[in-house]
Design a protein around this ligand. Sequence first.
Ligand SMILES: Nc1ncnc2c1ncn2[C@@H]1O[C@H](COP(=O)(O)OP(=O)(O)OP(=O)(O)O)[C@@H](O)[C@H]1O
Ligand SMILES: [Mg+2]
Length: 470
Amino acid sequence: MAVKKITKRWLFNSLGVILVILIALEVVIAFSVKDYFYGSVERVVYSQAETISGLLSKYNSEGTGDYEAYFRTLVTSFEKRNIMELMAINSGGEVVLTSSGFLPENESMTPDHAEAFNSVDKTAEYIGELNGENVMSVTVIPEGSTADFASFRLVTSLENVDNQITIAIIGTSLICIAIVFFVLVSGSYFINSIVIPVGQIGDAAKKIAEGDFHARLEKKTDDEIGELCETINYMADELGATERMKNDFISSVSHELRTPLTAIKGWAEMLEDSSKDNSIDNATLERGMGVIIGETERLSVMVEELLDFSRLQSGRMVLQPMKLDIIAELSEAVLTFEQRAIREKKDLIYEESDDIIPVMGDKNRLRQVFVNIIDNAIKYSDEGDSITISVAKAKNGFVDIIVKDTGIGIPADQLEKVKTKFFKGNATRRGSGIGLAVVDEIVRMHGGEILLESIEGDGTTVTIRLPIDK
Ligand SMILES: Nc1ncnc2c1ncn2[C@@H]1O[C@H](COP(=O)(O)OP(=O)(O)OP(=O)(O)O)[C@@H](O)[C@H]1O
Ligand SMILES: [Mg+2]
């Protein structure tokens, strides 16, 4: 698997920073360790040098005996010979005597001898290679030095110290590698716990996008990733439900369109046949024409409703507001249902208000709202039921138009959904399930709201709440 982007970012951001810090730390530790160890060797060598030069200068100031013989004794009887070597050097820079007893065959010159002559405190130090070995050497020109015994030099090998420093550096390097390893292991575990589910979420989302609304994700963790899985599942649920509603909508609309067309076609054929042999009587002709006109009317209302719905969906519906008397509009809408109510043997009661209640609104759209709500009230009630329409002033400058029926009612679990598009709660009555969605949107555009109360079997009360114009 190629290194994915999150992993790459993590490698650069966290691991990169940790690596830089560790390397810097390693360098600092290495230098401090070296300083510390070299420092302690230096202290030992210098204190020894001080002791020797103190003894020599004391002997010289007393001025009693043979200075060179004393110098010689100091070298030959040097006590610390196991850790360092004491050498006597003549003014030419040649080693004349050593505490080990061996004179080096071609002792290479170290620069400290010359430096000591030139320095103020007559002391110089050299750290570096001498005869293939890393050494620290300190040369001192004591008081009373002679040509043969011009200076003494203390030389100690740094091999052991270097070994110790190397061990310390290797040790800390191992610790650093262990830290990096630990960070890598825990980091890749963490990264995988994000990258793998994100990949799965991506796959599921793709499936859903391609129309497979059954794709689901398993919520494995109780964190943001888990929440995301749940959200995606919820989205798939909702999309699936909408898809089902849309399919239902298409089939019910097709059905709605076919029914009037069948009636129109049937009557038209009948009229055509009977016109050939003049066998039709006036009453039948009138009835047939009535059906054709009525059904055509219904079809155009339906098409209008569908167009409205599509306008609403695409946000192309615009209101043409004007100041109007809401009571007058309501009265006109109620009037159009009087005949139908009588025909369907339903009691349409209109408690007309004497007030004039001004509302800023779109005349046709508000009429459409009333027509839809009253249509529902009549449609979803049975013979002998009553539909009562009344008006009441609500608080805060709103007016309530209340359409109350004693019809079949809405089951409690459907009450929330009836305003959503394509939702049809009752398959026994004709309708496409978009009426309330359109009405709700229109009322909302007017700054009002639709309130629904219903008890299944008892009836429904729909309140259209609109702001009164001041
Ligand atoms: N007064 C009512 N009594 C009982 N149920 C109702 C009432 N009004 C609406 N409903 C329920 O709400 C659903 C949605 O109503 P809506 O007006 O949006 O659609 P419809 O009447 O089925 O179709 P359309 O109005 O588009 O022809 C209805 O299918 C019905 O189940
Ligand atoms: Mg309706």
